[in-house]
Design a protein around this ligand. Sequence first.
Ligand SMILES: [Zn+2]
Length: 309
Amino acid sequence: MTPSRPWRVLRPMLAAALMLAGFALPAHAAVKILACEPEWAALTQELAGDLADVSSATTAMQDPHQVQAKPSLLARARNADMIVCTGAELEIGWLPVMLQQSGNPRIQPGQPGNFAAADFVRKLDVPKQVDRSQGDIHPQGNPHIQTDPRNIALVANALGARLAQVDPAHAAQYQQRTSAFAQKWQQNLQRWAAQAAPLKGVTVAAHHKAYTYMEDWLGLQEVAVLEPKPGVEPSAAHLQEVLEALKARPAKMVIYSAYQDPKPDEWLSANAHVPAVKLPFTVGGTDGAKDLAGLFDDTLARLLAAVKP
Ligand SMILES: [Zn+2]
């Protein structure tokens, strides 16, 4: 049906009036984007603004290795124009099932609507030999790339370009927002580098091998990991071994993520007489980690507080 003549005349006038008033007529429906983890939802929102309707499959209080593909999540996958995930097999336990059950061709691997952040950074902890008996070994390397803000910059550039490809009608806006983000992020990186100077060379024990990239960024030295195998919680006997090992090579602190049970960290903290430091790990993990910049502001503040004399 073609619109009546008065409407054809009135619509542009109305649009102009609304734009002057700070509104825009929804010319296109927003692109529906499902992020696997909160950090990618936050980044997508920064790059897309009102152009996208973004939600996250997980919260900061969930273990991203293990997620239930509930019907509500499947419904979001079915309707999504694009998914933004970590990749590197972080989501191997649930994403393939979700993709298959969604029946949504737009978000399948190889499609523009399937974005894996880890494809765009240099991976650390890549095993020379893959042996599944080692537990959650991440054969493609460590997937927890979001703990280094330099990786966020690399992913942002790739994600901005991908958004422009998925929603070409708004390509110019994605480009603009992506370069504005890159500029702002570079300033943040300089500020964080200056703040983080006292952390260089500081030794840490980590609950899960979740902070390899952060340690690389800050020059922290990981001297122990609490989990006997990645993804396997430490037993009392294993914690005792870690405590003994720390006598030879002391750690200045024990770090763990907001979603984890802190009991092993608290035990080690009490027995090794060093602080246990909860880190947000992703956006929403702590009150201070309200957005992507807040994630790193708060992470640094917590690490710096732990090394204060
Ligand atoms: Zn992991």
